[in-house]
Design a protein around this ligand. Structure first.
Ligand SMILES: [Zn+2]
Length: 117
């Protein structure tokens, strides 16, 4: 892959990583663990109300999604560090640059990604 594109995609991934970490912190989630210390916006006095329960569920779902995203970003960055970025981690095929530009998180070719979905 050309170094200029690689540098650009790395920057995108790092920006994405920082944004996801901000989101996790905003929700009181420790990005390094699965423990939620504090759920922002849910008052303890209303913890038993249905609305608070629903809101808490949505927050936890959001946190789960953010953690998944963080894991994907970290995987892609790990591939960059190892020099394997742009190569499918399942079949070893070259991932087209257009796919990487559209989705910098990609560590698999379209075919392998579809098989996992
Ligand atoms: Zn593949």
């Amino acid at each position: 892959m050309n170094p200029e594109l690689n540098a650009r995609l790395r920057k995108e991934l790092e920006t994405e990583r920082a944004a996801v970490l901000d989101d996790l912190r905003a929700y009181g989630a420790d990005p390094g663990s699965h423990r939620v210390d504090r759920i922002a916006g849910v008052d303890g006095n209303f913890a038993d109300s249905a609305a608070a329960t629903a809101e808490r569920g949505e927050t936890l779902a959001f946190i789960d999604k953010a953690r998944e995203r963080l894991a994907e970003v970290d995987e892609a960055l790990g591939h960059m560090d190892q020099g394997t970025y742009g190569t499918c981690s399942d079949c070893g095929a070259t991932i087209p640059e257009a796919r990487l530009e559209a989705r910098p998180l990609s560590v698999r070719c379209v075919r392998c990604a579809a098989q996992r979905a």
